[in-house]
Design a protein around this ligand. Structure first.
Ligand SMILES: [Ca+2]
Ligand SMILES: [Ca+2]
Ligand SMILES: [Ca+2]
Ligand SMILES: [Ca+2]
Length: 336
């Protein structure tokens, strides 16, 4: 059984920070030239460092996006936030999903922010809008253009990310239907996720290798969370349907990647209260939230670290104070 817990009092929030792993080294640019053939393909990654993010984006894939999750407690310490990302495109015309690595790079990033690739008659541009200052998000815009003279039927676009938040341990992922976002969290660190500026058609939450397989097969699993309980090295993906692309037609999508959002469970004991002599106090923890379901609310009425009651609902009425004074009450919530 897995317990994800945060501790909160009406007067005090305690934040615990655990040890860091060393930051991942920056990736080196590498050139691939196939001698003696007509193909000379050059990879030149796009690199950008801001106050909180270090990103290296390749034309076909990326690895090692790092995030400075605690600039006050650990200034200058960046930890791994994304292990790997890539995209894929499918159309009924091709019969199978084409991974980004199947695309030919026509224009590498070089010193710019835009790369151009193609597969058969489909042209694809990948443009990075890098993070600035202390922003905790950035975006990548894709434009798909049919450069041929026949329609590409039922075009689908896929984006996958294997988040490893600091490392692959203690991670879990879920899909937020209300915001159409795939999220992944490590309770010891922070929450990451991404969404598109268009509504997705499917999402995938799975073991990272299975997530890549789901993307390769074009069959995202539409799971609501992964793993069902506990934690795992999960990956997340989204699919968007572009419909039919007629000759010269284009379709674009901007995906925003978020870093360092609040963790997946939060205890909220409600506002401070003042009551008259001899009056009971009703506490309301309904402001607490979790990516799962909160299964217990524990109250510590003398704030000595021992929880005095354990109830399944957020409201609790207490009448145990006989002496006038100011009392600090602890709340602990546990989800499934
Ligand atoms: Ca991984
Ligand atoms: Ca982790
Ligand atoms: Ca992972
Ligand atoms: Ca107590």
């Amino acid at each position: 059984m897995n317990y994800r817990k945060l501790f909160y009092t009406v007067l005090l929030i305690t934040v615990m920070v655990v040890s860091l792993l060393p930051a991942m080294p920056a990736l080196a640019m590498h050139d691939v030239v196939q001698k003696g053939t007509r193909v000379a393909e050059v990879h030149e990654t796009f690199s950008h460092n801001s106050d909180l993010l270090q990103i290296v984006v390749g034309e076909q894939s990326s690895s090692g996006w790092n995030y400075q999750y605690d600039p006050v407690g650990h200034p200058g310490t960046f930890i791994r936030s994304v292990y790997g990302e890539h995209y894929a495109v499918a159309t009924n015309t091709w019969g199978s999903v084409k991974q980004s690595t199947a695309f030919t790079i026509d224009t590498p990033f070089g010193s710019g922010d835009t790369a151009t690739l193609h597969y058969n008659q489909l042209s694809l541009t990948r443009q990075v809008t890098p993070p600035e200052g202390s922003a905790r998000s950035f975006s990548i815009t894709f434009v798909l253009t049919n450069t041929g003279n026949s329609t590409l039927e039922n075009v689908r676009f896929f984006q996958g990310v294997d988040y490893d938040i600091s490392d692959a341990g203690n991670d879990y992922g879920w899909y937020s239907n209300s915001t159409d976002t795939v999220w992944q969290n490590d309770d010891n660190y922070f929450k990451n996720g991404f969404r598109g500026n268009r509504t997705s058609s499917h999402h995938d939450l799975n073991a990272y290798g299975s997530m890549w397989s789901d993307m390769s097969n074009g069959n995202l699993n539409d799971a609501e969370k992964y793993p069902a309980s506990g934690t795992a090295d999960c990956g997340v993906a989204l699919q968007w349907d572009a419909g039919n692309l007629t000759p010269l037609a284009s379709w674009d999508l901007t995906i925003t990647f978020y870093f360092g959002e609040a963790a997946g469970i939060e205890a909220n004991a409600g506002p401070d209260q003042t009551v008259g002599r001899g009056q009971p106090v009703t506490f309301n923890a309904s402001g607490s939230s979790s990516v799962g379901t909160i299964t217990s609310y524990e109250w510590d009425f003398d704030n000595n670290g021992t929880y005095d009651v354990n109830v399944g609902t957020p409201l609790y009425t207490y009448a145990g104070w006989a002496v006038l004074g100011q009392y600090t009450v602890g709340l602990r919530v546990t989800d499934n």
